[in-house]
Design a protein around this ligand. Sequence first.
Ligand code: NAP
Length: 301
Amino acid sequence: MTARIIDGKALSKQLREGFKTRVGTLVAQGVTPGLAVILVGDNPASRVYVGNKVKACEECGVRSFHIALPGDTLESEVLATIARLNADPAVHGILIQLPLPPHIDGRKVLEAISVHKDVDGFHLYNVGGLVVGNTIFPPCTPYGVQLLLDTTGTDVAGKNVVVVGASNIVGKPMALMLLQREATVTICHAKTRDLAQHTILADILIVAAGKPGLIVPQMVKQGAIVIDVGINRLPDGKIVGDVDFEGVKEKASWITPVPGGVGPMTVTMLIENTLRSAERALRMRQTDDYQDWEAPVLKGH
Ligand code: NAP
């Protein structure tokens, strides 16, 4: 069996076309959606990621505010920048590019972003919302994976899903989102003993470990759906995922390539969340009704 390819680039393109219509509707009502991206320092990879996000905004008609701060910026200055963006009605989404320099407390900075503008979905309120199955902004990478899975026409309910990687931004939210869809979810991490014993049982295998070549064909069940979130740069400059694509595609029923799988979807879902935030802000303004949208815990933001 040779797997069918889950084409993240094509799905992203299709979704972004739809975004243009939504932006047009918002603009006609006097709202131009805006995303602020804060970069602290000059990490080359982060600069590329920020560049991609700004480009995607432009492509979809979303206004981008690119805030580049020097690497020695004080934590208090970063927090003051966030406070200013929280109060700015032209900004519907705020994203802080990670990782931050070591002298800045990342958790503190993420919690400072208004939950109404937390389009990355990393604020504790949004993370907690995933646990009870109701979040304002789902985190972009797992959200993108979920849509990619949907394109295969597979109902995840009752399926064995194995998520390799337990980070706060990919593995854990991914597992919670699929649990919400009634999958039977196993989460593996670096201390998992005998990884293959778990992965071989997966109907759906999602890999986000950041280890090239981690998943080889012997670890994959015949006919499994394999989603490779990993992005790794090899010494020769080639970008690969965590899965041995050539080998595993002979066993899987569906597989994502790297690049061209999950990567484009992450940025696309960031735009989706920004549009939803702008639509939400407009609806709040029009109806003056916060009930659908805001739980008491949000007061003060
Ligand atoms: P991370 O914070 O480094 O987390 C990696 C996770 O993988 C950890 O939970 C770690 O376990 C686990 N792990 C490491 N080695 C393992 C092994 N040998 N077996 C099983 N589990 C192992 O990384 P991340 O931010 O989640 O990102 C993971 C990968 O996805 C990276 O390659 C990253 O570049 C990529 N990524 C891609 C996108 C995209 O848009 N496509 C978005 C985000 C991230 P412990 O918790 O025990 O340390």
